[in-house]
Design a protein around this ligand. Structure first.
Ligand code: ADE
Length: 347
C-alpha cells in the first residue's frame, strides 16, 4: 500500500512518486524551506547538533543515528528532515503513523530504502502497535523478521535492510512507548522562535517571493506569527496578495495590520479558534479550572487539535495555565479579550 507514502528526491526536492504532503501543495512553500543547515534560522543548538552528527557520520562512513523530533506543528520538524537527507546525500521518504495501517505498509517502505536514506514518520506516536513492533529490529539491527506459520511450526526469516536513518516527529512525546523512544540516538525538542528569528525568516521569505517588506512590516508580521515559521510564511503570502491588490505593492506595518484583520489574526497573532477557546474558559467555565474534554465538547473541536495546535502557544505567552484540575485563563487573557479583570472576581 503506497497511497499514503510520499517520496522525495532530496537532491532536487522534486516529488518522485505518490501524493504530496498537504503543506507542500503550494509550490512556493517548498522553495521557502531552507535546504542546508547553514541557511536555517533559529534552533541554534539543534542545528549545531546536526552539523556535528552529520560530519561525524560522514567521516566514519556510517549512517546517522535515528532522530526523534518533538514539538508543536510548524516549528521545522519536516524541514529539518529534508535538510538532513540533503546533507547526508540520501533520499527522503515521508510517511506518518496513521498512514502505516499494517506491518506490510512499513515493510514495503523499509525494504526499498538505500544506505543513508531517511525515512520520516510524522505523528509517530499514532503508529499502530503491530506496525511499531516491526520498527524495533529495523532500527536496532537493520532487519525485518518475517514469521511463517504458527505454534510449533512457526519459523522466522530475517531480511536484511540497508543502513537507513529513521526520523520520527511527534507533538506528544509522552504518548511514545518506551521501547520506541529508547531506540532513537538523537532526541531534540523544537521550541517557539524568537521575534528576531521570525523577522529574519519573514525577510528571507520576502526576498524569495520577490516582495518588498520594510522593517516595521517585518516586525508586525513576526509579532502575529505565534512563534512559528510556517505561520510567518503563510501570513506573508496573504499580506503579499493584499499589498499587490489593495496597496502599493510594499509590505508595511499598516499593510500587515489591514491584511491580517481580514484573516481574523489579531495583534498577538491569535486566531478565531484561539479566541473562541479563551472565551469558552472565561465565559462558559468562569475562568476555569476546566478539563480539556469539556472545552473540546463546548467548542465542538477535536481535543487533539486543542492540545497540539491551540494550547502550546497560549501556554507559552501565559494566556492560560494548566493545573492538575484543568485549564485556567490568566489575567492577560481577560485583558486581551477586553474583559475587566475585576469581572473575574464577580463570577
Ligand atoms: N523557513 C521556514 N523555516 C525556516 C527557518 N527555520 N529558517 C529559514 N527559513 C525558514
Amino acid at each position: 500500500m503506497t497511497d499514503n507514502i510520499w517520496t522525495y528526491a532530496s537532491e532536487t526536492h522534486g516529488i518522485v512518486s505518490g501524493a504530496k504532503l498537504a503543506e507542500d501543495r503550494e509550490p512556493e512553500f517548498i522553495s521557502l524551506r531552507p535546504k542546508l543547515l547553514s541557511e536555517y534560522i533559529g534552533q541554534n543548538e539543534v542545528v549545531e547538533t546536526f552539523k556535528i552528527a552529520i560530519e561525524a557520520a560522514k567521516k566514519r562512513n556510517e549512517p546517522l543515528d535515528h532522530v526523534l523530533f518533538h514539538g508543536p506543528p510548524g516549528l521545522g520538524k519536516t524541514t529539518l528532515a529534508h535538510i538532513i537527507a540533503n546533507e547526508m546525500g540520501g533520499t527522503l521518504t515521508v510517511s506518518s503513523g496513521p498512514a502505516l495501517e499494517k506491518g506490510g505498509d512499513l515493510i514495503g517502505i523499509l525494504t526499498h530504502l538505500q544506505a543513508n536514506d531517511l525515512l520520516f514518520i510524522d505523528e509517530i506516536h499514532r503508529t499502530p502497535k503491530p506496525v511499531e513492533e516491526f520498527l524495533y529490529p529495523a532500527m536496532e539491527d537493520f532487519a525485518v523478521d518475517f514469521i511463517f506459520d504458527k505454534g510449533a511450526h512457526a519459523r522466522s526469516h530475517r531480511f536484511r535492510l540497508n543502513h537507513f536513518t529513521l526520523v520520527g516527529a511527534t507533538t506528544r512525546v509522552g504518548l511514545l512507548s518506551a521501547p520506541l523512544r529508547d531506540r532513537f540516538g538523537i532526541f531534540r525538542s523544537l521550541d517557539f522562535y524568537s521575534l528576531e528569528e521570525l523577522i529574519t525568516i519573514g525577510k528571507r521569505s520576502a526576498v524569495i517571493l520577490d516582495i518588498e517588506i520594510d522593517d516595521e512590516g517585518a516586525v508586525e508580521l513576526a509579532m502575529r506569527s505565534r512563534g512559528t515559521p510556517r505561520i510567518v510564511n503563510r501570513l506573508l503570502k496573504r499580506v503579499r496578495d493584499y499589498a499587490q491588490v489593495r496597496s502599493d505593492g510594499i509590505i508595511r506595518k499598516k499593510t500587515v495590520q489591514a491584511a491580517l484583520a481580514l484573516e481574523g489574526v489579531d495583534n498577538k497573532g491569535l486566531t478565531h479558534l484561539d479566541r473562541r477557546y479563551l472565551m469558552t474558559i472565561i465565559e462558559f467555565y468562569k475562568g476555569g479550572p476546566v478539563g480539556i474534554e469539556a472545552i473540546a465538547a463546548t467548542l465542538q473541536e477535536e481535543t487533539d487539535t486543542l492540545v497540539d495546535v491551540v494550547e502550546p502557544y497560549l501556554l507559552k505567552i501565559g494566556m492560560i495555565t494548566r493545573t492538575s484540575s484543568g485549564r485556567k485563563a490568566s489575567e492577560s487573557s481577560y485583558e486581551h479579550l477586553g474583559f475587566a479583570v475585576q469581572q473575574k472576581l464577580l463570577f
